[in-house]
Ligand binder design. Structure first.
Ligand code: OMD
Ligand code: FE2
Length: 448
């Protein structure tokens, strides 16, 4: 059995076996699968979804997944919200919102699941409509606990600490500047590559009942942005542990439950299919942009999209702002002043974001809602108006990202109650923008 080996290619049909010959040949449900395994199907789309969107995997397991105790409510983490239709959970705000880096608990023993806090979202999972944005702030491993989510796919962006993720299909090592997707229904457990500080933090985009796809490239052509070959999938890696208490935390209709298995849930010896977890390294992203003038819309940096029924309008786009040359003449090159029919949630993994000079910090976040004005702060604007060069490398050692959604997002009461994190005076970053207008001078520019 091999740790951290990968197979490459977005959306491919893969197969893997941790014992020679453990994958049945030709058929899916032989009467006697190899080594006395049980066959089981995991469907990520309806049986009848068109072939282009049909997602399913066949697993060959030591124990069928049915072997577990009753589910009982799990009440240790009440900061996880999925029902945004319930007013008790949310506090709507029309302001520009920005949070300083989310605190990591002082106490040891807060694992990935107990460290989850929902920041905003919309809809609710039972109608497969909406999304949630969470952060995790954790200090310890999951050990003999696993997580399984019936509600949606988790797109996980680590910001602090390296994730050592065991899934039913094998292991993924995911570090800052990478992300992974764990589709719904797949058991996984997050351990951390231990650091002295035991401080782990990251962001999660959860889409209810939908899946992520690569964006179309249109006239960009057949290559560029996130290329298929750079998405990495695990290889089979099982553990055979009997007579243990494995606690499975289930997110189901937005609520957490707990059940117990008397064995490890990571008992998949072989598998084949296309419904799988995967990871991607942002340094593989091939940015495309304007090479003469104007600031191109940030959709040019879309890594993955979760499409809605409306063509070109995403339930959620996952966009990054990678290191790149910015080569534009006579151009206000910063992310422009903007009112959008989409919501923009942004996070910073490391470094500094071009449009925000001071208080948009790694591990923090901003939320600029539908039609809420946003853009470069006064300081960045003043600098940009003086800039002379037309070719610079930007975001050299920085990585920001955006979850952009067609939905109006509702901040949770939890997120709005973080009074020491939520900037009260965020609006002031635009207060001192110099007013240059001079009706007698068509070439008005800043005086100093
Ligand atoms: O900084 C932002 O808020 C995101 C953003 C980026 C960009 O390149 C153009 C517009 C925009 O809102
Ligand atoms: Fe914007």
């Amino acid at each position: 059995m091999k740790d951290y080996e990968y197979q490459a290619g977005f959306g491919n049909e893969f197969q893997s076996e941790a014992l020679p010959g453990a994958l049945p040949e030709v058929q899916n449900t032989p009467q006697h699968p190899p080594y006395g395994l049980y066959s089981e199907q995991l469907n990520g789309s309806s049986f009848t979804a068109p072939r282009s969107h049909n997602l399913r995997t066949w697993l060959y397991k030591i124990h069928p997944a049915t072997m577990q105790g009753p589910s009982v409510p799990y009440t240790k983490n009440l900061r996880l919200v999925s029902n945004f239709l319930d007013e008790a959970n949310v506090q709507i705000s029309a302001s520009q919102l920005r949070w300083m880096p989310f605190d990591i608990p002082k106490s040891k023993g807060v694992d990935f699941v107990d460290g989850l806090t929902t920041i905003c979202g919309t809809g609710e999972p039972t109608l497969a409509s909406g999304l949630a944005i969470h952060v995790y702030t954790s200090t310890s491993n999951m050990d003999n606990r696993a997580f399984v989510n019936s509600d949606g796919d988790f797109l996980i962006v680590p910001q602090l600490g390296i994730l050592d993720i065991q899934t039913e299909f094998g292991k993924l090592l995911v570090q800052p500047n990478e992300f992974c997707v764990i589709p719904r229904g797949i058991h996984f457990k997050v351990n951390f590559v231990e650091t002295l500080e035991h401080q782990y933090r990251g962001y999660i985009l959860e889409v209810f009942g939908r899946h992520f796809e690569l964006p179309d490239l249109g006239p960009i052509g057949a290559n560029g942005l996130a290329n298929r070959r750079d998405f990495l999938y695990p290889v089979a890696c099982y553990e055979h542990i009997e007579n243990v208490e494995y606690k499975i935390i289930q997110k189901f209709q937005g609520v957490l439950f707990e059940t117990t298995k008397k064995h490890s849930p990571f008992d998949v010896v072989s598998w084949h299919g296309n419904y799988l977890p995967f990871k991607y390294d942002f340094s593989k992203f091939c940015p495309v942009n304007s090479v003469l003038f104007d600031h191109i819309d940030p959709s040019i940096f879309t890594v993955l999209t979760c499409k809605s029924e409306t063509p070109g309008t995403a339930i959620a786009d996952f966009v990054i702002f990678p290191p790149r040359y910015s080569t534009q003449e006579n151009t206000f090159r910063l992310p422009y002043f903007h009112r959008n029919c989409m919501s923009e949630f942004m996070g910073l993994i490391f470094g500094e974001y071009e449009g925000k000079k001071n208080a948009f910090l790694p591990g923090g976040a901003s939320l600029h809602q539908i039609m809420v004005p946003h853009g470069p702060d006064a300081q960045a604007t003043a600098q940009e108006l003086k800039r002379k060069d037309s070719n610079v490398k930007i975001a050299q050692s920085a990585m920001a990202f955006m979850f952009e959604s067609m939905f109006m997002l509702k901040p949770t009461k939890w997120a709005m109650s973080l009074s020491d994190k939520l900037e009260k005076d965020y609006y002031k970053v635009w207060e001192n923008i110099e007013i240059l207008f001079d009706p007698s001078n068509r070439n008005a520019i800043p005086k100093s």
